[in-house]
Design a protein. Structure first.
Ligand SMILES: [Zn+2]
Length: 386
């Protein structure tokens, strides 16, 4: 979906009366700005994690949408009154401007042109239709945020089945989607999965380079109306940027953890809300201390298996600016330099599925259920691993 189509999807004609009613009524947070003769506004319930300024920038889908305009709100009088996600998107797109002022309703004057309202429902519906997830919900694990070890008895049976092996499988599925859904030379190389407490993928998204605010994570979270399931996890192939990190923290009410596979050394992903809250971590190395297992993969030309995250990081650092002018980890992950690593990631997931189909091995039931579920989830996206 291109930017114009998205913009038309996201906004609907409204009236000056409706805007004034929301602005004055005390039930909603409202932000608006005037451009030419038209006025654009967003209005969200005070209980919503989605704040209007964030929605306005995202839905207008232009990096400089607030450039040179005054944003009037009924809730934020300055930059310090913004939410995490509003701060994140301002940092990413606007060098921390615009001018924000909390206005008396009397200060608003009717525009001579049209009034347009950004509709969260319309955005949510468009994204949910694009990124399908299984309807049925299951209990695949008791708590996706835990990463307990397994305990086996003397016979090799599982006395207690741990969960520390499942997280890397979700990440492998995200990388597989990234690779299989990649289009031509598009800079679309980020996929994020939102997983609920019991392991169901409730939403996913992929970076859409045509609409600047549709990153993998924002797409997945906006498809849920900006509400991430408490106790869940976001698995992202790339370290979430400032915008996405702010939304993850807000949408999960600080009850959601984020794990990612590929580091992003750029400014856009530096000192994010996930970094500051400690809710986001890279999932790397086989047995990191006090962390779930990361992905170990064996590229075809390598002698031994290597942690995927650090291999991608060093691969990108080595190629930056040299091969075909690669300047970002998003380009690197779909470049020739990462082909072997991505193929090895697919192989790792395939091997796991094969192993867990076999009947003569003693299986961790948590891993077994997640493996079977992810195979079904990927099949729904047109990807078969059989
Ligand atoms: Zn992002």
């Amino acid at each position: 979906m291109d930017a114009t189509t998205f913009r038309n999807t996201a906004q609907e004609p409204s009236t000056w009366g409706e805007l004034k009613k929301d602005f004055d009524g005390g039930e909603c947070y409202v932000a608006c700005y005037q451009k030419g003769n038209d006025i654009y506004y967003a209005s969200t319930p005070k209980t919503s994690a989605i704040r209007p300024m964030w929605l306005l920038v995202m839905a207008r889908s232009s990096r400089k949408v607030f450039k040179g305009v005054d944003v009037l709100t009924n809730y934020a009088s300055n930059a310090n009154a913004r939410s995490n996600s509003e701060t994140g998107i301002m940092q990413l797109t606007l060098d921390n401007s615009p001018k924000i002022s909390k206005t008396s309703p009397l200060g608003l004057t009717a525009p001579t042109g049209g009034v347009f309202r950004i509709s969260l429902d319309r955005i949510q519906a468009a994204l949910a239709a694009k990124y399908k997830v299984p309807d049925a919900k299951k209990t695949l694990v008791n708590d996706i945020q835990s990463f307990t070890a397994s305990v086996k008895d003397s016979e090799g049976n599982y006395a207690t089945a741990g969960t520390h092996t499942v997280h890397r499988l979700y990440l492998a599925a995200a990388f597989l989607l990234l690779r299989k859904k990649h289009q031509g030379n598009s800079k679309d190389g980020v996929v994020a999965l939102v997983v609920d407490k019991t392991g169901n993928v409730v939403s996913w998204g992929m970076k859409n380079p045509d609409v600047s605010c549709w990153h993998g994570e924002t797409s997945a979270l906006m498809a849920l109306g900006g509400v991430a399931p408490a106790g869940g996890c976001v698995f992202s192939t790339l370290k979430p940027c400032k915008m996405c990190a702010g939304l993850i923290v807000d949408s999960g009410a600080s009850q959601v953890k984020a794990y990612y596979g590929q580091d992003d050394p750029g400014d856009d992903a530096d000192n994010t809300a996930l970094d500051r809250t400690g809710l986001g971590k890279t999932l790397d190395a086989h047995k990191a201390h006090n962390m779930p297992y990361g992905l170990m993969v064996k590229p075809a030309s390598a002698a031994k298996a290597t942690p995927l995250g650090s291999a991608l990081h060093s691969g990108f650092s080595g190629q930056k600016g040299t091969v075909g002018g690669i300047v970002s980890p998003i380009e690197y992950v779909n470049s020739s330099g990462a082909v072997e690593l991505m193929a090895a990631t697919e192989e790792a997931l395939k091997n796991k599925i094969k192993k867990y189909k076999a009947t003569d091995v003693k299986l961790n039931p948590n891993t077994k259920q997640v493996v079977e579920y992810l195979a079904d989830f990927l099949r729904l996206q047109g990807i078969s691993l059989d």
